[in-house]
Write a protein that binds this ligand. Structure first.
Ligand code: ADP
Ligand code: MG
Length: 741
């Protein structure tokens, strides 16, 4: 008898086990049971042949229509040609020796055929197909097994092992299986209407009806959600076990002084979230909170107030930005908001004030050393820098709070690394402007509490977005930009590449702005289109080329044009940003470096070149840069795409300013792997079956169950099977992480 960890060879023999190990990485009984059929056929129903694709490996049910044999010219023996059909379309099978086929491939015979789809002149072919005939005497056993049942179709494991041989292996495994411990407790199974795990495997590998298949699939999906949620529940419990220093506000401190001087009222939402954070900071275990809110919803002010209260309590706060441009900008806006409160210890500074320190990789060594010293001595209450820098180099005197700006570039591993930073683990507040649908928040960020700012401060102007896809309107776009500049406003022009003037048009991918401090362009690969050859041919707009074109454009004559991208020296970038903020630059041609957080209220127009190259959420994020002042913002999405699907995507961005709607749309159009991929979740995605939108109810149910179980039994002492599943899931994750280095 076998259990899930038994080597497959012991059960089915090495000749069957080897190809599965080699081609499909299947080594144990459990691996094989998890190698589930891709689809199921009804034996009586022929497969529709209209959707064949050349080069594809297929397994189909068909009927033999006619068979011919003829002697070969060069050699002995006869060739056999058979034509199979679905009743409408036909497919040719060719065998170079009729031997062994003649008796089996007879007109009227039905069976499974597997091979690679080819084309010879106008006819479709299966080259060297494998097949199994249903109604053959000697294969009667196989036929009986199918009677009344669905035929599971597996991915083949190499040439020797077509679908039905995999199926035979699965059947043997099922009959030799000892009882499998079920990691989902019986009461949960009853409540959720889930089949037990042994039945699940049986229904997957030998179902009678469609209903069987869907019950089994549902259980598998549930398992996936349940495992993830159990891990998250344990992580959450573990977090609650960690102790840290509560940070209590004090009377007549920095926070009070700051509140007295901000020139606006906090919105109700800001007040509410601030109170939540204050409560968290006053606790003995570290805060771990995600603060989401649209661009401009006032997250930074909320975060700054939290930082000030930590400084009041004698601790330090760190603010981490994804790029140097953003770190510098935070530094400028925070020092200016604080005024003399940021001049603690300086002559003329406020008595209760603190010091704000900027730390970037490109600072001259002397300045950087001073900054590091200020952080380590505690002289600096607020340290602002990029993620990488602060994680690696900085020592703090007493780090009480870490604020991370822009969550979506900051994964679980980085979050964990930071928590190891202070003497006591710091409180962590993560801010994101990318709206995160509920189920994503519960899966990817399920170990965090969330707060959301839903209203924008008053006085914010609406952004109108238009798609410009007709070349006749391209020049009009630049005239519009000029009008806006004459009215005293400024414009961004965003391009997908930096470009390279000398080899303009030939440099291709190398010129994409992926320099490490820049956010990378998320190229959207539209599966309905061929590979992005336009990019490789250098036809995508680049910053360098665009600058030249705009300078030559008569409509823009006399305008002050500058560029910004990740290959520029930090000082130059800084100077450009400062110039744009001061209004001495009219048109800023940039890569997506400006995507997050850049805040120039006087910029009212954004032109996005090759807008089809950007994802929905990214476009929304980008246009959030305009309309930050009192004048209405305008965003023009310029595209030359001919794909209707892509145009539709751009139109949907133009149609709404609601980030949540767009985030859902974005999610629907992507695969979960991209949403939860290494870059974002910081680990191998565990989600393979779940659809984060469609399976929302199931995820909620699994979360409720997992949190109840872990709440009552954190160490899973009463649930050994579950404990085992979790341990191996985490092992896999760890292994994947180590592999990546
Ligand atoms: P976010 O970080 O969410 O993008 P910020 O905190 O940077 O938003 O706020 C955007 C702008 O709105 C800033 O100039 C800020 O000073 C201003 N602001 C923030 N809160 C309010 C408020 N309650 N009323 C008016 N203006 C506000
Ligand atoms: Mg911000």
């Amino acid at each position: 008898m076998a259990d899930l960890s038994t080597p497959l060879g012991k059960v089915v023999g090495q000749p069957s086990a080897s190809p599965l190990a080699k081609h499909r990485d299947i080594h144990t009984v459990g691996d094989l049971l998890d190698f589930v059929p891709r689809r199921y056929f009804e034996p009586g129903k022929l497969t529709d042949l209209s959707s064949l694709v050349e080069g594809e490996d297929v397994t189909i049910v068909a009927r033999v229509d006619r068979v011919t044999t003829r002697p070969m010219r060069q050699r002995k023996g006869r060739m056999l040609n058979a034509t199979i059909t679905d009743g409408k379309r036909e497919l040719d099978l060719t065998f170079f020796s009729a031997y062994g086929h003649e008796g089996r491939l007879v007109p009227g015979a039905r069976g499974l055929f597997a091979g690679t789809v080819g084309r010879y002149h106008q006819t479709w072919q299966l080259t060297h197909p494998d097949y199994q005939i249903f109604d053959l005497e000697e294969e009667q056993e196989a036929v009986e097994q199918y009677t009344g049942n669905l035929i599971p179709i597996y991915l083949p494991a190499g040439k020797q092992m077509p679908s039905w041989k995999v199926r035979n292996v699965a059947q043997i495994v099922l009959t030799s299986l000892r009882e499998i411990p079920d990691h989902v407790p019986p009461d949960v199974r009853t409540r959720r209407g889930l089949v037990d795990i042994a039945s699940m495997y049986r229904l997957l590998h030998q179902p009678s009806t469609e209903k069987d298949v869907s019950r089994a699939r549902y259980r598998r999906k549930y398992d996936e959600a349940f495992t993830v949620q159990t891990v998250l529940a344990q992580r959450r419990m573990a977090g609650e076990g960690v102790r840290t220093k509560p940070r209590l506000p004090i009377a007549r401190g920095l926070l009070e002084a700051f509140d007295a001087r901000i020139p606006f009222e906090l919105t109700a939402g800001q007040q509410e979230v601030s109170a939540e954070i204050a409560r968290d900071l006053a606790c003995e275990h570290p805060m771990h909170r995600l603060l989401q809110g649209e661009v401009g919803s006032g997250k930074t002010v909320v975060a700054l107030r939290a930082m000030l209260s930590v400084v009041d309590s004698g601790g330090q706060a760190a603010l981490l930005a994804p790029t140097e441009v953003l770190a510098s900008q935070h530094f400028r806006s925070i020092t200016s908001m604080l005024g003399d409160l940021a001049e603690g210890g300086l002559l003329g500074g406020s008595e209760i004030g603190t010091r704000v320190t900027l730390l970037t990789g490109s600072q001259p060594t002397g300045i950087r050393r001073k900054s590091l010293l200020d952080a380590a001595s505690g002289d600096s209450g607020i340290v602002i820098g990029t993620h990488a820098l602060i994680q690696e180099h900085v020592q703090f005197f007493d780090l009480g709070l870490v604020v991370v700006d822009e969550q979506h570039r900051f994964g679980v591993e980085q979050r964990d690394a930071l928590r190891g930073k202070g003497k006591q683990p710091p409180h962590v507040l993560v801010m994101t402007a990318t709206p995160i649908p509920r189920t994503v928040a519960m899966t990817v960020f399920g170990d965090m509490e969330t707060s959301t700012l839903t209203e924008l401060p008053t006085g914010r102007s609406p952004i109108a977005t238009h798609v410009v896809s007709n070349p006749r309107w391209f020049q009009r776009t630049w005239e519009r930009v000029a009008e806006e500049v004459r009215a005293g406003h400024q414009t961004y022009v965003v391009c997908p590449r930096i470009g390279d003037l000398e080899v303009a048009g030939a440099s291709g991918a190398a010129a994409v702005d992926s320099s490490d401090e820049d956010v990378d362009v998320e190229f959207v690969v539209d599966e309905s289109e061929p590979a992005p050859t336009r990019e490789l041919r250098g036809e995508l707009h680049s910053v360098l080329q665009m600058e030249v074109e705009l300078r030559d454009n008569p409509a823009l004559a006399g305008l002050r044009i500058a560029i910004l991208h990740g290959r520029m020296a930090a000082d130059d970038k800084d100077e450009v940003m400062r110039g744009f903020a001061a209004g001495t630059i009219d048109v800023l041609v940039a890569t997506t470096v400006i995507e997050v957080g850049v805040d120039v209220a006087n910029a009212t127009v954004m032109v996005i070149m090759d807008a089809d190259r950007f994802g929905i959420s990214q476009l929304h994020q980008l246009r959030g840069r305009v309309g930050r002042g009192t004048s209405p913002g305008l965003c023009l999405l310029v595209t030359e795409t001919e794909s209707e699907m892509v145009q539709q995507r751009l139109l949907s961005v133009a149609a709404t300013n609601d980030g949540f709607t767009l985030a859902r749309l974005d999610l629907e159009q992507r695969r979960e792997g991209d949403v939860l991929g290494a870059r974002q979740s910081g680990g191998k995605s565990q989600l393979r079956l779940l659809r984060l939108l469609r399976d929302e109810d199931l995820i909620l149910a699994a979360r409720e169950d997992a949190f109840a179980i872990v709440g009552a039994d954190p160490g899973l002492e009463q649930h050994p099977a579950l404990r085992h599943v979790i341990a191996s899931a985490l092992d896999d994750e760890q292994a994947a992480y180590l592999e990546r280095g």
